[in-house]
Structures are given as C-alpha cells and as structure tokens.
Design a protein around this ligand. Structure first.
Ligand SMILES: [Zn+2]
Length: 126
C-alpha cells in the first residue's frame, strides 16, 4: 500500500480555475442619489386671484380656474354696509324696516362664482 497512490482525487468536484465566477455584489450605488428635498415654498394660488372687474350684475369673464368664458353666478352676502343700513333704519326710521337691507341685494356684497367649476371669482362690494 503506497500512500502516494492515494492522493485525493477531487477532479470533477471543483471547476477549473478561471471558470468559476464568484457572485458579484450588486454595483454599489453612488451616494449621489436624487435629492428629494422639495422647496418649502407656499404655493397659494387659489387665494391670490387677481380679481377681474366684476360688478353688481353677472359678468362675462374668463374664469381663472377652468379657463372658460363664463357668466358669473351671483351670490350675495351681508356686508358691513348691510348691518349699517339696518342700524340706521332701526334708529332713525323705524325698527320694523330694519330687515330691508338684508333682502336688498344692493346693500350686500356680490360674490361672483364660476358656474362651470364653482371657483370664487371676485367680490363686488356695494
Ligand atoms: Zn371656472
């Protein structure tokens, strides 16, 4: 029994050198990733609308929101003048007439809205 003849025979177990491709790690991403820091600038658009020339009557304007040529929808709201007129009527005329300014559109502010998209157009202050 010659121990030299018992060399380990491992042929067929290991691939020949140069053939084995070690698993490569994924390519290292550089630290220059996209910067997602959005600027913290207030983006107020709907509150800063250049008020078109609106009057006490429905106006034909170009809606700043939906870019449609529309005739504004009117919505009256009581204003300071409304309460002032009511106070004057109550004090100097007769108090039962104090409700008149609240039903007179001419004593109220006229809000114009877009009938298409419903956005606020502007206010006509009486
Ligand atoms: Zn609109």
């Amino acid at each position: 029994m010659d121990p030299k003849g018992h060399q380990p025979v491992n042929q067929g177990h290991n691939p020949p050198p140069g053939f084995y491709v070690p698993p490569q790690p994924p390519p290292a991403y550089e630290t220059s990733q996209p910067n997602y820091q959005y600027p913290q600038q207030p983006h107020l658009v709907q509150h800063v609308i250049t008020t078109p020339n609106v009057g006490p009557n429905p106006s034909s304007i170009l809606c700043p929101s939906c870019r449609q040529h529309v005739v504004t929808r009117m919505d009256y709201e009581t204003s300071t003048k409304t309460h002032l007129m009511a106070g004057l009527l109550c004090a100097f005329v007769c108090w039962p007439c104090a409700w008149i300014p609240y039903v007179m559109d001419s004593c109220k502010n006229a809000n114009h809205y877009c009938p298409n998209c419903g956005c606020f157009i502007g206010t006509y202050k009486s």
